[in-house]
Design a binder for this molecule. Structure first.
Ligand code: ADP
Ligand code: MG
Length: 276
């Protein structure tokens, strides 16, 4: 059985002939929740669009595998049928189709009445999709769509952007519920977060800092968020990388000791060899 729900290798993606994703390797094991942190315009949404095979996002090198299947020649519909669902940063408006009809079209078997109440969307279910919805309403409707689709790999793009604190709490709780719907068969997710508020409710397994089309650091998501709040993105990469090296040195103390010793001028003058 395939252990990776998502396997991205050497991925480059261009939009309108401009390279946005500049070489990404990313593996998500089944049941893992990954968080992606990064400044605006760095290509985070582009990465999710490329995974969904949305038109206009051209993979120029590398590949994307969903549960072992290369998505290169698949349509967006086929990717969704592999069990991938997305909550958009900027969800499209669809005049003429109500939210209720849309949900029925993607899921005829599950009664979502409870989820509609939890997401406080009773008043919106008969309205055209996303037309005139506020920031919080848009994001709540996206989460309801995920409940309906019930995908195995969930892509969520900035669930907190344009949303007030109360809505963030409702949305985070709902995302957590979706991720844990089946405790034996946990969902996998790639969640882009700007503010990190989502981390109050969601336990991420792996965090990545994404800058200028590349993943430049991978580590513990809570540690990454804490550092970003203090130092911003770029400085966090330098700081966290140095921390990682320090931890490695402590584990490998002989190498660490030598690394420090050889920076001393006397040692450097005396020998080019380790003094033991
Ligand atoms: P992020 O989500 O990290 O803020 P995006 O992936 O939205 O970044 O955008 C990365 C870059 O790609 C930006 O410079 C943006 O203008 C460009 N881009 C994304 N989608 C399109 C598109 N459909 N047409 C032209 N440029 C695009
Ligand atoms: Mg974005």
């Amino acid at each position: 059985m395939e252990t990776h729900i998502l396997d991205i290798a050497g991925l480059h993606v261009s939009v309108a002939d401009k390279e946005i994703i500049k070489g990404i390797d990313l593996t998500i094991k089944k049941g893992e929740v990954h968080l992606l942190f990064g400044p605006n315009g760095s290509g985070k949404s582009t990465l999710l669009s490329a995974i969904m095979q949305l038109p206009g996002y051209t993979v120029t090198a590398g590949n994307i595998r969903i549960d072992g299947t290369d998505t290169k020649s698949l349509t967006t519909d086929a990717v969704a049928n592999l069990g991938v669902g997305i909550s958009f940063q900027h969800p499209p408006k669809i005049p003429g189709i109500t939210l209720k009809r849309f949900l029925q079209a993607i899921n005829r078997s599950t009664d979502l009445a409870q989820e509609v109440i939890e997401l406080d969307l009773e008043a919106f279910i008969e309205r055209d999709i996303n037309v005139g919805f506020s920031g919080g309403e848009l994001k709540r409707a996206e989460i309801l769509k995920l409940y309906a689709q019930n995908p195995d790999l969930i892509l969520i793009d900035e669930p907190e952007s344009g949303v007030d604190i109360e809505n963030i709490a409702v949305i985070s709780k709902a995302i957590n519920k979706i991720l844990r719907i089946n405790t034996l068969n946990k969902k996998s997710a790639l969640i882009i977060t700007h503010t990190g508020h989502i981390l109050n409710a969601i336990e991420g397994d792996v965090g990545h800092i994404f800058i200028d089309g590349k993943i430049v650091y991978t580590g513990d998501p809570a540690t990454i968020m804490e550092s970003i709040k203090k130092r911003g993105y770029k400085e966090s990469v330098v700081f966290l990388q140095a921390e990682k090296e320090r931890e490695w040195d402590e584990k490998h103390w002989i190498q660490g000791l030598w690394k420090r010793l050889k920076t001393l001028p006397l040692v450097r003058q005396a020998t080019n060899q380790p003094p033991f």
